[in-house]
Write a protein that binds this ligand. Structure first.
Ligand code: ADP
Ligand code: ADP
Length: 224
């Protein structure tokens, strides 16, 4: 069955309707691309299904649990234990080294420094950035930084990685390399990936596409 489903999501910001009856579903281990033009509601959909933003109405179910009925604290615990996140910019802590950044989610959940950094380094090897362990984010390239961010998103063994325009700040060569490493690493960890993008060449790494237009989403498999 589905790991995560959402039905009839509605969300407004003042006079702006960001979501107008959007739906979503993903199976365990599946890579789904959420596509659509700028301003169509892709990021809002991602933030709702990831439990970051509460929709005004509609329902979200994760693994049989009603996310829309949870308290803020319960949603925050769900995000920490089950989800990983990769964003377009500014997600690495500039004062920490790359290995400390990757280890951070494990440190926050109580792992020792040694244990957290050992696991972090294994993920950095998988993403081919282990040689950057001692560098700070300001000393690495955009593509390297995104690979460090992908390693961090996977370090807690999440069931779902949410990636919002993860290659948006990269050239096409580095963007494709990040997508290849992200989807390979997620598949080997049996993590599902929700990928928000407006670029077809990025969506090409997915198993299935959901298209958002004016706050409404369509599962392309069902439509065609
Ligand atoms: P996309 O990711 O497809 O570009 P968004 O979900 O970011 O679309 O935005 C959908 C609509 O909602 C846009 O009109 C956007 O300006 C608006 N919007 C999104 N987030 C906010 C917010 N925090 N405050 C006000 N308006 C917002
Ligand atoms: P866009 O709306 O054009 O996709 P961004 O990709 O910069 O803009 O950010 C999308 C959303 O993700 C923003 O609303 C922001 O609040 C959120 N976001 C970005 N980076 C982080 C982060 N490191 N942690 C949590 N939320 C973030």
């Amino acid at each position: 069955g589905s790991l995560l489903t959402a039905q009839d999501l509605r969300k407004t910001y003042g006079p702006t309707t960001a979501l107008d009856g959007a739906e979503f579903s993903i199976h365990p281990g599946e890579v789904v691309a959420v596509m659509g033009p700028s301003g169509s509601g892709k990021s809002t959909l991602l933030h709702c299904i990831a439990g970051i933003v509460m929709p005004d109405s509609g329902s979200i179910t994760y693994n049989g649990r009603e996310v829309t009925a949870m308290s803020d604290a319960e949603r925050s615990a769900l995000r920490r234990s089950e989800f990983g996140f990769v964003f377009q910019f500014g997600q690495l802590v500039p004062e920490l080294t790359c290995v400390e950044n990757v280890a951070l989610p494990l440190r926050l959940s109580g792992s020792s420094r040694k244990e957290a950094e050992r696991t972090a380094l294994a993920w950095m090897e998988r993403l081919e950035v282990d040689d950057l362990r001692k560098k700070r984010p300001g000393e690495v390239s955009g593509g390297q930084g995104q690979r460090v961010a992908v390693a961090r998103s996977l370090v807690t063994n999440p069931r779902v990685v949410f990636a919002d325009e993860p290659t948006g700040a990269l050239d096409s060569f580095n963007g494709e390399r990040v997508m290849e490493l992200l989807t390979d690493a997620a598949r080997s960890a049996n993590a599902a990936v929700v990928l928000v993008t407006h670029e077809a060449r990025v969506a090409a790494y997915s198993d299935r596409e959901i298209v958002v237009r004016d706050g409404r989403s369509r599962d392309m498999e069902r439509v065609v």
